[in-house]
Design a protein around this ligand. Structure first.
Ligand code: SME
Length: 153
């Protein structure tokens, strides 16, 4: 199955599983789980959430993968850049990304998508990492943007 079809299937499954479940942690954990299972080549799939106690900082949320760093200030690394700009970050090779935070040295390509709530406020970013360069493109960006919009918006 090509990746666009896979994302469509994951999104359909998520909407069915999460129906009636409003808890954000449960929703994020389920998104991370299904995306990680659908794309087993990725080494990290999960969320950094906006910490209400320190709003200019992200704190690690539900994820699947190796140990992630706990906190990322807005503007730092790929996740912090997505949070500060509100724009999806598609990184072909993290070694070319100034200020990249290497939580797992195996991570080479990344995509980070901002997650907003119904009111349009940033609540988190969805971060997905792969051990080879150039694994993410506009198809991932479009599918993940649509997915977080239906699940969290
Ligand atoms: N590489 C990310 C940090 C988070 S982890 O890789 C899990 C970044 O630069 O934002």
């Amino acid at each position: 199955m090509d990746k666009v079809a896979l994302y469509t299937q994951v999104q359909k499954e998520l909407l069915s599983i999460l129906e009636g479940e409003e808890n954000l942690t449960a929703r994020m954990a389920t998104v991370a789980c299904l995306l990680a299972q659908a794309f087993p080549g990725n080494i990290w799939t999960g969320f950094y959430v906006v910490d209400p106690d320190t709003p200019q900082e992200l704190v690690v949320g539900p994820y699947q993968g190796t140990l992630g760093c706990l906190r990322i200030p807005f503007g730092k690394g790929v996740c912090g850049t997505a949070a500060a700009t509100g724009q999806t970050q598609l990184v072909v090779n993290v070694h070319d990304f100034p200020g990249h935070i290497a939580c797992d040295s195996r991570s080479v390509s990344e995509i980070v998508v901002p997650v907003t709530n119904k009111a349009g406020e940033l609540i988190a970013v969805l971060d997905i990492d792969h051990p080879e360069a150039g694994q993410f493109d506009e198809r991932d960006a479009d599918a993940l943007w649509a997915l977080v919009k239906v699940v969290f918006g």
